[in-house]
Design a protein around this ligand. Structure first.
Ligand code: ADP
Length: 395
């Protein structure tokens, strides 16, 4: 079955075409950036070798989709009829989760949460509509990031606000990065040789979340109603006192728009360090003696460490900790600082191995009885497999 997985950003379109049969193969993949401009940047490969980067106008998604389509038809697909579906790692919809055919009902539920996921839902909805125009006969299937957490118990998902407000406006903890946490759980189960274990999955990327997983199921996670909470993100704020915005608005005249931009674009690692939203720049600045950058790193790792402690308490122990995402997979410093001092939980990092480690690998140090892993997460394959299962069950 040929499934094209598309990952839509506000100015980017990443795609990977899978052939899922007895074996799982990638037939082509590509990335378009600066979509919406005359200076779009595009790479595409159907040979496994990275292709040369092209700069060309990609004024809208329709152009991007048509470029992608023509490139896929050169070698990877004999015709568009050979494509079984386009699958999307969609983010958030009001009363819809799991795997869904992206029809008007589902798009309306996504649009109802545009305010809650402003960087994700509007571009996805726009792109999905354009895909529908370009490929009217191809099923479009969405796998929601919230799906993996849908069965969390009420004690984990309830907010302490009036219950009638929660019910009326669908306010609860939803959690995100479901595809990654699910992939990580399955990969760790292979290493562990069993499924009955307590795992803390740390997806640390531009946006990050931790997930407490018991016997393969999410029982708690620290992204919430929106993607604006939990640990600090690259430029989003993470957990803050909810009265900070009220104080700034009431006493100092900040507007709602200013607050939104501050929390959504100017906070997190960027806000605390004043240097960059990219961890590599913050690490370099800290090394060069920038105190704000140093404090930003310390605070980032401290929040992750506290969350690990909280989930160990919530699960009554921890058998494994896994790191994934751009930061989790690549930053030895963050892994080290995050796990420092957690020996009392049986967490001991092999520091020498950690320094040069590449995913997938194990980093459990001497005396550790909770195993530590780095997982090269693969959200696209999770989305493709779910779409395949959805189509097979529908047939
Ligand atoms: P997204 O959440 O946007 O999908 P990624 O999971 O790719 O992003 O993570 C992106 C982040 O990973 C970058 O912003 C950067 O901070 C961090 N990162 C990537 N490579 C490295 C590296 N070698 N060392 C430290 N941090 C890195």
């Amino acid at each position: 079955m040929k499934i094209l997985v598309c990952n839509v950003g506000s100015t980017s379109l990443k795609y990977r075409l899978f052939d899922l049969g007895e074996r799982e193969t990638t037939l082509a993949e590509g990335k378009q950036e600066r979509v919406g401009t005359q200076a779009g940047v595009w790479t595409h490969t159907d040979t496994g070798e990275p292709s040369a980067q092209q700069t060309l106008p990609i004024p809208d998604y329709a152009t991007g989709i048509s470029l992608m389509q023509n490139a896929l038809l050169k070698r990877a697909l004999s015709s568009m009829d050979a494509l079984d579906c386009v699958a999307f790692k969609v983010v958030h919809a009001k009363d819809v989760t799991g795997v869904q055919l992206l029809d008007e009902r589902v798009l309306a539920a996504m649009a109802a949460f545009n305010t809650v996921a402003p960087s994700h839902n509007p571009p996805y909805i726009a792109a999905i509509r354009q895909f529908r125009q370009a490929l009217p006969d191809t099923p479009l299937v969405g796998s929601f990031e919230t799906g993996f957490h849908a069965d969390m118990p009420p004690k984990a998902y309830l907010y302490s606000i009036p219950i009638e407000i929660s019910r009326q406006y669908a306010i609860r903890r939803y959690g995100f990065h479901g595809a990654s946490h699910e992939y990580v759980s399955a990969r760790v189960a292979e290493w562990m040789g069993r499924k009955d274990f307590k795992l803390i999955s740390c997806h640390l990327g531009g946006s990050g979340s931790l997930c407490a997983v018991v016997n393969g199921k999410s029982v708690d996670t620290n992204l919430g109603f929106s993607l604006q909470c939990g640990i600090p993100h690259n430029n989003r704020c993470g957990d803050i006192d909810p009265y900070i915005p009220i104080y700034l608005m009431k006493d100092f005249g900040y507007s709602m728009e200013q607050i939104e931009i501050m929390l959504n674009k100017k906070s997190g690692l960027l806000g605390m360090s004043g240097v960059s939203n990219d961890l590599r720049d913050v690490e370099a600045a800290a090394l060069a003696g920038n105190r704000d950058a140093e404090n930003a790193l310390e605070s980032y790792c401290y929040q992750i460490k506290k969350q690990i402690g909280a989930y160990a308490a919530a699960m009554g122990g921890v058998d494994a900790v896994a790191f994934a995402g751009g930061i989790g997979e690549n930053s030895a410093l963050i892994r080290k600082k995050t796990l420092e001092g957690l020996g009392f939980l049986g967490i001991s990092l092999d520091e020498a191995k950690n320094e040069s480690a590449r995913p997938d690998c194990e980093l459990t140090g001497e005396g550790g009885f909770a195993r530590i892993f780095i997982v090269a997460t693969n959200e696209e394959i999770v989305v493709a497999r779910k779409a395949k299962e959805f189509l097979e069950n529908r047939a």
